[in-house]
Ligand binder design. Structure first.
Ligand code: 1CP
Length: 345
């Protein structure tokens, strides 16, 4: 990693080194609430946007320009590598990923092949362009974790209870592990492409893994997420591991091999530091819905997050999940400035 990036507040906090201020970025900062995003996306389907390097670069840069956040996150989606290896899937506006033929048997699993860099040339190109444009601001690459990807593939779309997913996990453990192995390969391949093209950190999004308890996480998920993190070690970039509703899993998310554990808003950061244990940085954890309240409330809550985050060995300020689409961008701009100001040392 170039020395300027290695010395950025974001990378230093991930590595539990001293920082000039607490770094801040927002999950789902690109897209969603920005008018300039809606403008460039007009008439362009989501998956087309993700495969158009100039558009990816522009959308990735928008929140960096507007907010002055300490890191950019590549504009893409967790299902992009699945589409790249041939899964028939679309992202439907207002719904999310929808899979033509849900994967529920051996043949479906066997059809999933590993991802090669040549499958996503547009990602390589976008990341290269971005690392030039961003200068000293780190770019975060990301992938969906195998449990969360499995949920979309098995259910066929967004799901509340993950019934079919759990039915396979409990009822056909061999098939489950085979599917998780293939999805881990794909996620690892997608992360490696991004880092090899210039991304300075990676985040594994296991958004829906809070649906399982600790014993099941250990048996059905941990072997796979561990292999992903182990497969990134040689790249020497910080690895962030995030899920929603993971209060009971925080220790295991760290055990999987992440350097930084993402925390949602349900567990305060001082408590999360105890659950995660030593040797890890934390990321989080303002409730994204707080941003819908008046600024005075946002300020009070944000100061509280910073205060509790001081207990952690390293703290990257973020929301507890993604920016809500109805968020006023001005609130995020003020919040970024506040975090920098309050935490300046
Ligand atoms: O900052 C950013 O917005 C960067 C790009 C980004 C990221 C990091 C998008 C664009 N998607 C993601 C990750 C992602 N995608 C996650 C993990 C993060 C999280 O939990 O929020 C998940 C679960 C998805 C799956 C997905 N893709 C959903 C959720 C559906 C559900 O189950 O509730 C949705 C709505 C999408 C589509 C999507 N992805 C991104 C955008 C801007 C959109 C909307 C596109 C459109 O409707 O046209």
């Amino acid at each position: 990693m170039n020395p300027q990036l290695a010395d950025s507040a974001f990378i230093r906090a991930c590595r539990r080194q001293t920082v000039p201020h607490t770094p801040v970025w927002f999950m789902r900062q690109a897209g969603r609430s920005l008018p300039e995003y809606r403008k460039v996306r007009e008439g362009v389907p989501m998956l087309t946007a993700c495969a158009t390097p100039d558009l990816v670069a522009e959308i990735t840069m928008q929140p960096v320009r507007r907010y002055g956040v300490d890191a950019a996150i590549l504009f893409s989606d967790i299902v992009v590598p699945l589409v790249a290896v041939g899964v028939e899937l679309d992202i439907k506006p207002g719904v999310g990923p929808v899979v033509e033929n849900p994967i529920r048997d051996r043949a479906g699993v066997a059809a999933l092949r590993p991802l090669e860099p040549g499958d996503v040339p547009y990602v390589t190109e976008a990341v290269r362009t971005l690392t030039g444009e961003l200068g000293g601001t780190p770019l975060i690459g990301f992938a969906g974790a195998p449990f969360t990807l499995a949920s979309y593939l098995i259910e066929g779309g967004p799901s509340k209870n993950h019934d079919h997913t759990k039915a396979m996990m409990y009822g056909e453990p061999e098939l489950w592990h085979a599917l998780m192995e293939r999805l881990s390969e794909i996620a690892l391949g997608f992360l490696r492409v991004q880092v090899e093209a210039g991304a300075s950190a990676v985040q594994l999004f296991d958004s829906w893994v809070g649906a399982v308890g600790p014993a099941d996480y250990r048996e059905f998920v941990l072997p796979h997420t561990s292999r992903i993190f182990a497969g990134l070690t040689d790249l020497d970039v910080p690895r962030i591991h995030f899920g929603v509703g993971t209060g009971e899993l925080l220790g295991l998310l760290g055990e999987a091999g992440a350097d930084v554990v993402g925390v949602d808003w349900r567990v305060s950061l001082d408590e999360a530091a105890l659950r995660v244990g030593p040797g890890k940085a934390l990321q989080g954890n303002l409730d994204p819905a707080v941003l819908l309240a008046p600024w005075a409330v946002v300020e009070r809550r944000a100061r509280e997050v910073l205060e509790r985050g001081r207990v952690a060995e390293g703290h990257v300020f973020n929301l507890g999940h993604g920016v809500l689409p109805s968020t006023d961008p001005d609130q995020l701009a003020r919040l970024t400035a506040l975090v920098h100001e309050v935490s300046a040392r």
